[in-house]
Design a binder for this molecule. Structure first.
Ligand SMILES: C[S@@+](CC[C@H](N)C(=O)[O-])C[C@H]1O[C@@H](n2cnc3c(N)ncnc32)[C@H](O)[C@@H]1O
Length: 175
């Protein structure tokens, strides 16, 4: 899910997210790039395929689980991590990403939060469409790594990824 946070109307929400992120695991481009565990990176690369076909956004390349990957066929319980939702480019995300790429005015110059970012495609589409600030959020830390890899695939400087459940965080009331 992604939505736009306009500075004028929603600065307080963005500030809230910044405050939230300061206390929680926030993977930034520099830290994610350098702290990507080499073994984990190798595992993700070995068990995914770079693809840009078969989705609504062929201009975005992603590392995904495809029929050419072992775990497309392998028993799911042999996958050593949490369910890899990030390895699928879900239809809703495809439609939203297509919409952003076709209607860049929706996000150009805006701050965008991609909640439940998964592979990061919608955040990537927002960045490609000119969003000035991106925060990708997914509760799966491996999604955070996949998003970083997918940014690089598309020639983008990876944006911050917050791997905390912000839906369970209470916001102080505004007076
Ligand atoms: C169906 S996938 C969609 C991923 C991506 N947006 C797409 O369209 O391809 C849902 C994603 O939401 C993440 N998720 C589930 N609960 C969440 C929460 N409370 N906060 C952030 N992410 C969450 C999951 O880890 C998963 O990657």
């Amino acid at each position: 899910m992604a939505f736009r946070l306009g500075w004028k109307t929603s600065r307080s929400h963005w500030s809230f997210l910044q405050a939230v992120s300061s206390g929680f695991p926030l993977i930034s481009w520099r830290t994610a790039g350098s702290c990507l565990d080499p073994e984990m990176k190798a595992y993700l690369e070995e068990n995914t395929e770079v693809t840009s076909s078969g989705s609504l956004t062929p201009e975005i390349q992603l590392r995904l689980l495809t029929p050419r990957c072992k775990f497309w066929w392998e028993r799911a319980e042999l996958w050593p991590y949490s369910d890899p939702y990030w390895a699928i480019y879900w239809p809703g995300g495809q439609a939203l990403s297509r919409y952003l790429l076709d209607n860049p005015d929706v996000v150009r110059g805006k701050s965008v939060l991609d909640l439940g970012s998964g592979c990061g495609a919608t955040a990537i589409a927002a960045k490609m469409s000119g969003a000035s600030k991106i925060l990708a959020n997914d509760i799966d830390p491996i999604a955070g790594m996949a998003i970083t890899l997918n940014c690089k695939l598309n020639g983008l400087n990876p944006f911050p990824v917050l791997t905390k459940n912000i839906l369970s965080t209470k916001q102080e009331p505004e007076y």
